[in-house]
Write a protein that binds this ligand. Structure first.
Ligand SMILES: *Cc1c(COP(=O)(O)O)cnc(C)c1O
Length: 643
């Protein structure tokens, strides 16, 4: 008997879910925004309510309370470490805008972190402009990083008496622009210095740190900067030491190393300048594959280990060097934002050229067809290898006969069908036998299913395509049933890269349930809140999906916000198509008025739909609809592709 616990283990939800996700006794995925079952929502309840109100999937579900929980969990880790080691300084968080610039998300972050003065880290002029439009907490920091042109710098200088803006010198030459503009605008800005550490991060973004990093000052440049600031009477305005050795640092040793180096630099500089803030940058990892390892999609440390290492090292070195303890600033982006959103989509069909109609031998069929049928009937745990090899042989013989003109297309088709039926059984027997040999691994891939999901990988999970990152993916329901199929998930773009074919644990296929006539199959891709929201693109003109924000209070929940997805019209406008002019021109091509009306109505209707596949919801269909759908070709394939 397959149990919920089997699904929990199979999909590793407790590994990557970090307490925010689990499966309930009905076999549905649940979300617990405070990591406690006291406050819990069944994702299927949300989906059903959305579909009943006419919402089309895919939908991105956001749980703002998870952002709140993340901010406070990180805050409590640092304050916990501070009191554990008796550190004589404070902690203050900053959210890096490049991780998710959506206004709603930034607003949640600012509001949930208002009490602890959460600030923003900004990397471009547009991000600064965006930040300035928001209601920032009173004492929050606005940290300006990145390449800064005169417009960017003027803006930062102009607002430095209204906000606590720290302009970080990321590249040595910048200091001359800063001095020139500050002088002409008569502003004495607060400054920071980004140091280039010898220590590197680990994982995919290791190159952001180390000697060849894009940003940061070398030791010589740091000393030179101090001299220049002194000469210009601005040394007292240097308030922050900053470093960032890369995102998703998977190995805690790299953090320890970098901290030692950076804390020493702080201590030396603190002797000549009154540095107030020690900014450790981002890099706090998210365990996307749940393996708790130093692999590229994971992390081999906990949040508390991270904060302990930072606080302890800083404490020790400040004591040794006899300098005061600075306020610790961290710029964790991924760790704050990743968990709060996931994509819900439906499987709209399945594709497998090895599926078809079950075949039987008839009088007069070639002997190989009978042999294949015999192999199919009698294959078992003991003989599966031998029978599979036999089947390969019979299939080759059949092909030879066909090429010689001895058999027709019908016999060839029947032979192929029977051959794949043997293969399906052989794969499932090999799995039972724990046979992990190359031969059967390859065969498994070959007979694997391709489930078609109504979403775009390029829009919703760009890092999966761009850098091969793993994201957790799993069915959202039916988790009390055995997932008896195995396969990959293709999206609806016409791009062969639009397919999910690597999964946690190095798997090349994922276990899935058989599709059913009477109920749609819903899946989720999780941990999408960091970077994915704005990195996504419009490949095949598939646009932003509809967003729904859900608040959970005890056993009840409500939709607090809905942001409609892009319509076809919006996408066309974005790429400079003039749909109005087109509609006008249509008049010239239509012979009669009623014909024109009909065409206009159809085009207008299509323009107003979202860009994704518009599939009716099976659960809410009438019997008549179901009848119709079931006769559709792809449904027939689904039903008959089973053995
Ligand atoms: C990208 C970036 C961050 C965020 O890193 P995460 O790994 O998402 O925490 C923080 N600081 C700077 C300077 C960055 O460039």
């Amino acid at each position: 008997m397959w149990k919920v616990d089997d699904s929990i283990a199979l999909y590793g939800i407790h590994g990557w879910g970090d307490g925010y996700f689990s499966i309930n006794e009905k076999g549905n995925v649940v979300v617990m925004p405070n990591k406690s079952s006291d406050s819990c929502v069944d994702v299927m309840d949300v989906i059903r309510r959305l579909e009943t109100s006419g919402e089309n999937l895919p939908v991105l579900l956001r749980f703002p309370q998870i952002i709140e929980h993340r901010i406070w969990e990180i805050y409590r880790a640092f304050t916990g470490s501070i009191s554990e080691f008796g550190y004589q300084g404070k902690y203050q968080p900053v959210f890096p805008m490049k991780v998710n610039q959506r206004k709603e998300v930034i607003e949640y972050i600012l509001n949930y972190g208002r009490e602890i003065n959460i600030g923003l880290e900004i990397g471009t002029k547009a991000e600064l402009l965006a930040a300035l439009t928001l209601d920032l907490p009173e004492d929050s920091l606005l940290i300006c990083n990145g390449y800064k042109d005169d417009d960017f710098l003027r803006l930062a200088l102009m607002f430095s008496d209204k906000h606590k803006i720290i302009i970080v010198v990321d590249l040595f030459e910048e200091i001359f622009d800063i001095l020139r503009l500050a002088r002409s605008m008569e502003v004495r800005p607060l400054l920071g210095m980004r140091v280039k550490l010898f220590s590197k991060g680990s994982g995919r973004w290791a190159e952001s740190g180390g000697e060849s990093a894009k940003f940061g000052l070398s030791t010589i440049e740091c000393l030179e900067l101090l001299k220049i600031l002194e000469e210009n009477g601005l040394l007292d305005r240097l308030r922050m030491i900053h470093f960032h050795i890369g995102s998703q640092i998977t190995d805690i040793h790299r953090i320890k190393h970098a901290m030692n180096e950076a804390a020493r630099i702080y201590a030396k500089v603190r002797k000549v300048a009154e540095i107030e803030y020690f900014n450790v940058g981002g890099g706090l990892s998210v365990d996307y594959d749940g393996s708790k390892s130093s692999g590229p999609s994971s992390a081999n440390y906990t949040l508390r280990e991270y904060s302990n290492d930072i606080v302890y090292t800083l404490q020790k070195i400040c004591e040794e060097e006899g300098v005061p303890c600075p306020t610790i600033v961290s710029e964790s982006g991924r760790a704050i934002a990743a968990y709060h959103s996931f994509l819900v989509f439906k499987i709209i069909g399945k594709k497998n050229s090895k599926d078809g109609f079950v075949a039987f031998p008839l009088e007069g069929d070639p002997i190989q067809i009978e042999d294949l049928y015999f192999a199919f009937k009698n294959i078992n745990l003991k003989n599966y290898k031998e029978y599979y090899h036999d089947a390969l042989h019979y299939r080759d013989e059949l092909l030879d006969s066909f090429n010689l003109g001895n058999i027709g297309l019908e016999e060839r088709a029947k032979g192929e069908m029977l051959f794949w039926m043997v293969c399906q059984k052989a794969v499932s027997l090999a799995r039972h036998a724990g046979d992990n040999s190359e031969e059967f691994r390859e065969l498994k891939k070959l007979v694997g299913q391709k489930y078609i999901g109504n979403f775009s990988l390029f829009q919703s999970v760009p890092d999966m395509w761009g850098v091969g990152q793993i994201f957790p993916i799993m069915p959202l329901h039916r988790l009390r049933e055995v997932p008896s199929e195995c396969g990959t998930i293709a999206d609806i773009t016409c791009d062969s890269d639009g397919e999910i074919k690597s999964f946690a644990g190095g798997k090349e296929a994922i276990e899935l349930h058989k599709l059913s006539r009477s109920e749609d199959y819903y899946m989720g891709i999780f941990l999408l809140g960091a970077y994915q929201d704005t990195l996504g693109d419009f490949h095949n003109l598939l646009g932003c999906v509809t967003e729904v924000h859900v608040l959970v209070e005890g056993r009840s929940w409500r939709i607090s916000r809905r942001i409609p997805g892009d319509t076809c019209e919006k996408l066309l406008k974005f790429f400079n198509y003039d749909t109005e002019a087109y509609l006008q021109r249509l008049g010239e091509r239509c012979a009669t008025e009623p014909q024109l009306e009909a065409v206009l109505e159809e085009v207008r209707r299509a323009l107003s739909t979202t860009t994704y596949f518009n599939s009716p919801c099976l659960a809410s269909e009438t019997d008549e609809d179901k009848e119709l759908l079931n006769s559709a070709a792809h449904r027939v394939m689904i039903e008959t592709g089973r053995i």
